[in-house]
Design a protein around this ligand. Sequence first.
Ligand code: GLN
Length: 506
Amino acid sequence: MTELIHLTAAELAAGLVAGDVSSEEATRAHLDRIAAVDGELNAFLATDAEASLGAARAIDERRAAGEALGALAGVPLAIKDVLVTTDMPSTSGSRILEGYRSPYDATAVAKARAAGLVSIGKTNMDEFAMGSSTENSAYGPVRNQWAVGRVPGGSGGGSAVAVGAFEAPLALGSDTGGSIRQPAALTGTVGAKPTYGGVSRYGAIALASSLDQIGPCARTVLDTALLHDVIAGHDRHDSTSLDFAWPSMAEAARGGADPASLRGLRVGVVKQLMIEGVQPGVRSRFEEALALLAAQGAEIVEIDAPHFEYAVAAYYLILPAEASSNLAKYDSVRFGLRVVPEGVGTVESVMSETRAAGFGAEVKRRIILGTYALSAGYYDAYYGSAQKVRTLIQRDFAAAFARVDVIASPTAPTTAWPLGSHGGDPMQDYLNDATTIPANLAGIPGLSLPIGTASEDGLPVGLQLMAPAFEDARLYRAGAAVESLITARDGRAFWQQSPVFEGGAR
Ligand code: GLN
């Protein structure tokens, strides 16, 4: 029998329905896996075996009683620590929230629990989701399960590694500039950033509210789609969540599994996303994927998007501006850490000592940048200009989608780099998001899936697909088709090629 941890979420769900396996057994198998490998990988910040097993047993009992349950009922779920939960601490990877307990569950988590998913732990991340390597976590970096000396991407490296290393079949992430898609690419897993507003942000610890989006991570396109279906939808607690009748993403993924569905699909390749910094092995895998699509009758169209060049610059004004304002609430009074200086402290000294001790270097850098960009006299020159660029990027996308159904690009310009090799130079990390950031600025959906390994280092390469707002299902359909083609080419699924697949810790 296949080991329980190697089942996809769809397979595990079928096994649960058939009574071949209980949720308690599946949950225990994943907890055992976490105990065996996470000391090295550091993908989890918190687990609570008793709570998870208790939730699993409750689902088993409800199933035994004949209750109608959701499609994923009983399947374990890892949760990025950016989402607040009542069962475990919620830190967003920061010291300032160490040990913080939320009185309520984020909506995405509440929806997952209501659908019967079993929370198995909170995953590690860059502090307040600022980063591209998970090295900015206050709790130590996450290691890439493909090569433990390499970064897993970020900020959601914990969620990506959790699914990639078989510690959980499913995980939740957040994507403000690529934090679901880029770690998916660097770890050989799948991740989706839904249309802005597609999933409620209520209970997501805010980074940049106009860019943040909660989304699903898994090892297969279908599993990602199944989780997307659970968390999508309007929420009265989030006024930006869309009241829209979303089609089933899982149905789209199942429909796409036949690559014949690619016939006639118009696939755009944006010139400006094929930047010079794209690693040769990434470029050649991407070109191979395009050839596979073309061989199925997809039409490849070159697209000019002149303003994409300024996306990273605009993002690093808009994001710090919004983040500096969102992070003002960590004031030593309302949440988490409080540092009281020696002698007579004033309100200001307690606040400043707390923020000095509680925030890491990258968070401080962005608070300073954002505060400056928003200051009187500079507001129009910086924030105002960045917002104009944002509009121009949205127009570039609109013009592109008048000609094509989806846009394809490498998800990230490079494969996973060695831990510590960027030596604290934030620019190198910022530029790794050049390919993912445009989708956040425009609010459109994006999906990353693995398409092979780069010849120079043998590490995973991701394909990013983007579609117009509300057309998330189109991504799952096309993504599932590409996944089938890659599986057929390689003779097995990409996740089965991972060095951790056959058992050992690496
Ligand atoms: N790496 C990007 C940043 O540092 C993206 C972060 C994210 O999507 N949360 O801002």
